[in-house]
Design a protein around this ligand. Structure first.
Ligand code: SAH
Length: 386
């Protein structure tokens, strides 16, 4: 087995509970290495720290899978997925669609598994996981004997890690029930593994905020927020997205839920439309801003901050008295504190003093590990205009 020896001091983060090792922290890699087999990781004095897959292309060269002297194999994956299922069962998080495995947060860095009814969707995010996806299939086969399994990798992660992304699609759409609405999911056709499951709790929240209100769903994707709001009694909704494919799915979801008649869809850049609506003096009772990550890199944080600030200034100005803004960031580098600060500055610039009704995060089936801050990436606020 190969051994990855860290530079002096590099073990500190590991000992503090974080599983990542960057290339610059490695002193040496000894022994024959292969993408399929986990390597031992030691500190500079040779003390064992754990095991994980080595990934030579990425700057994040290793993520510990275990800190014990145990084999990293199909059985380990089965034990981890069993534990992930039990955690969600005990927490009451199993439903028609949920995340079964959230990478580092479930002790399987580089692996996401989402469940859509009887279908499990595997997403591999590291070279080692991609090469060992058969272990994941085996484990899922044992946990859900009757289920179907698809693998839908993330193209960006695959490029960074250096493997061919698998895109196993499914002909028929699935209908997923989500708190009283139905959403059509075409596995393999859209973003993520099919739905933004991380926003489920926040979509349910939107349903309860919308009665009698005019709604703006600024980056609507397949229209989940707008569908909940309309079924929850919103008077009308304007859905914006820059992607025609996303809007086609949104139209499908609106009609599935019998609310298409109260909705208007616009294929446009939300930055432009927000400005235009503001200039026209339009007002809404609920504005939802759930944009894509404005940055994935720390160096681009300043530009991302400007983007978030701009849409939130406009979102706040579009609120009628008593109107609510549900606003989010899913950029890893935008912490809850930074996002709140951005929104504070946006409120200052917009000349409004909204109440902060709630701080929001990803759904609980995307658990956060306290010692691994990267497991939390979605942050949001519910603001109310006085
Ligand atoms: N709220 C959605 C997920 C939104 S994902 C849900 O709960 O399902 C972000 C969406 O923003 C994507 O559909 C993407 O196509 C869209 N988007 C990206 N840039 C945009 C822009 N400048 N204007 C409008 N939509 C944009």
């Amino acid at each position: 087995m190969a051994t990855l020896i860290l530079k002096r001091g590099a073990e500190r983060r590991i000992r503090a509970g974080h599983p990542w090792i960057y290339r610059g922290e490695v002193a040496d890699l000894k022994g024959g290495w292969s993408a399929e087999a986990a390597v031992d990781v030691t500190d500079s004095t040779g003390r064992f720290l754990g095991r994980g897959f080595y990934s030579p292309r990425s700057s994040l060269v290793c993520r510990l899978i275990t800190r014990s002297d145990e084999p990293v194999d199909a059985e380990l994956v089965h034990r981890r997925l069993t534990a992930a299922l039990r955690f969600r069962q005990d927490a009451g998080l199993l439903g028609p669609a949920y995340r079964l495995c959230w990478s580092e947060a479930d002790g399987l860095p580089g692996l996401v598994v989402d469940r859509y009814g009887p279908v499990s969707v595997i997403q591999c995010l590291t070279l080692g996981m991609a090469r060992n996806s058969a272990w994941v299939r085996q484990a899922l086969g044992r946990l859900f004997p009757a289920g179907e399994i698809l693998r839908l990798d993330d193209a960006t992660a695959a490029r960074i890690e250096g493997f061919d992304p698998s895109r196993e699609t499914r002909e028929d759409e699935l209908l997923v029930e989500e708190g009283g609405i139905r959403l059509a999911v075409s596995l393999g056709a859209g973003h993520k593994t099919g739905l933004y499951l991380d926003q489920r709790d926040n979509r349910l929240l939107a349903a309860g905020l919308a009665a009698g209100r005019r709604v703006l769903d600024g980056f609507c994707y397949t229209g989940g927020f707008a569908c909940h709001a309309l079924v929850g009694g919103a008077s009308s909704a304007l859905l914006l997205d820059s992607s025609a494919d996303a809007l086609a799915l949104a139209a499908r979801n609106l009609s599935l839920n019998g609310v298409a008649g109260r909705a208007e869809l616009r294929e446009a850049n939300a930055f432009d439309v927000l400005r235009e609506l503001e200039a026209r003096g339009e007002r809404f009772g609920l504005v939802v801003l759930d944009p894509p990550p404005f940055t994935r890199r720390k160096e681009a944080l300043e530009a991302a901050t400007r983007g978030y600030k701009e849409i939130n200034i406009r979102g706040l100005r579009l609120l009628e008295p008593g109107g609510r803004l549900l606003t989010f960031s899913c950029s890893h580098h935008v912490t809850p504190a930074l996002f709140e600060e951005i929104c504070r500055q946006a409120a200052g610039d917009a000349g409004v003093r909204p109440r902060l009704l709630a701080t929001l995060t990803q759904s609980r089936d995307h658990p956060v590990v306290l010692t691994i801050p990267e497991t939390r990436y979605l942050t949001g606020l519910l603001l109310e205009s006085p």
